[in-house]
Design a protein around this ligand. Structure first.
Ligand SMILES: Cc1cc2nc3c(=O)[nH]c(=O)nc-3n(C[C@H](O)[C@H](O)[C@H](O)COP(=O)(O)OP(=O)(O)OC[C@H]3O[C@@H](n4cnc5c(N)ncnc54)[C@H](O)[C@@H]3O)c2cc1C
Length: 410
């Protein structure tokens, strides 16, 4: 029986472990904590079938000026830590040019088409249907001009990829979400995405399914990874584990580990924050306030307010400005009540400068496989890229062309 160690029990690692197991591999899933407690816990919980095009760096003057002058809350940066992001950001800029973005979009659209079906199979097998709402999500636009642009964009995505959406007038939005105090210029309702009321619990449910099916879940430190008798070994709380293959699925921590093996991997590290509020009148579906880059997501723990991207230093600020602005914007839309937590959660979206996740064999280390860099959509994509990697490791035909996601791509 072929054997693998999967390092990292976020959505990407758990998705991979389940797909390897399904193909007859003996799998040990290793994490230093509980499954789904990091980035895969803290996100907005949307399984984004509409995200057919990866999130490009804004290139138009108006957007860049808004970011540079701090008027956009979608992207926030600290001047003193900007130099640390410059290399990856320049590459991100280059790959966001229209022709390159179009190529990345073709690859992304092919993959994202498999995201919800892959989740559906796992949700059913894991008995996790009560965590998932299949009603889509809405994007509120506060200004008429922004709404017009959004309608045109939704039409473009429908014509090109078949993405389904409905345009809601301010009145229609008010009828759909009576808790809203204002409805701006209306909303786009993306109809096909699903939302999860406790993202970490969904990952835990998938991990429990992996264990029920005979997989081994262990606490261990990925930094102990090294070549071993059968291929690779790692130290865990239950002793040293060896396997012929190892998978690095450590989300934003992946480049740091791989540096030890001589790989220098540029990643755009986009921090995001959230905090839950005890709003008494919750929303029916998640709502993205486009102008503020803020998602208001009804969750089991309350109304989760998440922020856009912050390019900050590694030391997380508590009481961050971007979250404060997001919460002020949310208060303008809803009666928030009091916060559940004093200190907000923060985590890093692991974004690759060329907009696509890294899924495939490590270029110079036989038996070492990579599965990270899912950026803004890792909660959505983990099971689909897990399948793509398991197929590559098993020598099967991949569900989508694998080359755009290859670690060796240029
Ligand atoms: C605010 C915010 C909102 C988001 N909203 C959405 C959304 O609505 N939809 C969507 O699809 N995506 C969303 N994302 C993105 C998504 O959350 C991530 O892309 C995804 O969770 C990454 O999953 P992962 O498994 O790669 O990483 P992680 O979930 O971070 O998992 C990595 C695992 O590695 C483990 N680990 C790290 N270092 C070590 C070590 N040395 N030893 C052992 N274990 C280690 C960690 O404990 C962790 O469990 C959002 C992200 C943020 C920040």
């Amino acid at each position: 029986m072929r054997s693998a160690i999967v390092l990292g029990a976020g959505m990407a690692g758990v998705g991979t472990a389940l797909h390897l197991q399904q193909r007859g591999w003996s799998v040990v899933l290793v994490d230093r904590g509980e499954p789904g407690r990091e980035t895969s816990y803290g996100n907005a919980g949307i399984i984004q079938s509409e995200a057919v095009e990866p999130y490009a760096m804004p290139r138009d003057r108006a957007s860049l000026w808004a970011i540079a002058t701090g008027r956009s809350n979608d992207v926030h940066y600290e001047v003193r830590s900007l130099h640390r992001h410059l290399g990856p950001l320049l590459r991100y800029w280059w790959h966001s040019a229209p022709r390159r973005h179009a190529a990345a979009s073709r690859a992304c659209a092919g993959l994202i088409a498999h995201a919800a079906p892959e989740h559906a199979a796992l949700i059913e097998a894991a008995g996790a249907a009560d965590l998932v709402r299949r009603g889509g999500f809405r994007v509120l636009h506060r200004e008429g001009r922004a709404m017009q642009d959004a309608v045109a964009e939704a039409e473009r995505l429908r014509a090109r990829y078949g993405v389904r959406s409905r345009v809601l007038s301010p009145d229609a939005l008010a009828a759909a979400e009576p808790a809203l105090k204002r409805t701006g210029a209306g909303a786009i309702h993306w109809e096909d995405p699903w939302s999860v009321r406790d993202p970490g619990a969904l990952v835990s449910a998938y991990a429990a399914l992996f264990v029920r099916r005979g997989g081994t879940l262990l606490r261990g430190e990925a930094e102990s990874l090294g070549p071993g008798g059968r291929g690779w070994r790692v130290r865990t709380a239950d002793g040293t584990v060896e396997a012929e293959a190892a998978v690095v699925a450590l989300g934003p921590w992946s480049p740091a580990l791989l540096r030890r093996f001589g790989y220098r991997i540029a990643m755009v590290r986009k921090r995001g924050y959230h905090r839950h509020w005890r709003s008494t009148r919750l929303l029916d579906l998640p709502l993205l306030d486009a102008q503020n880059g803020t998602v208001l997501a009804p969750m089991a723990a309350g109304l989760r307010i998440t922020t856009g991207a912050e390019l900050a230093g590694p030391e997380a600020a508590t009481g961050p400005a971007q979250l404060a602005r997001a919460e002020a914007a949310a208060r303008d839309l809803l009666d928030l009540g009091g916060p559940h937590e004093n200190a907000p959660w923060s985590g890093i979206r692991p974004c690759m400068p060329d907009l696509l996740p890294v899924v495939g064999p490590a270029p110079r280390h036989p038996g070492l496989w990579l599965q990270f860099g899912h950026g803004h959509q890792g909660f959505t994509l983990g099971p689909a890229t897990g399948r793509l990697l398991a197929e590559a490791m098993s020598g099967e035909t991949p569900l989508v062309p694998a080359a755009p996601f290859s670690p060796g791509r240029r």
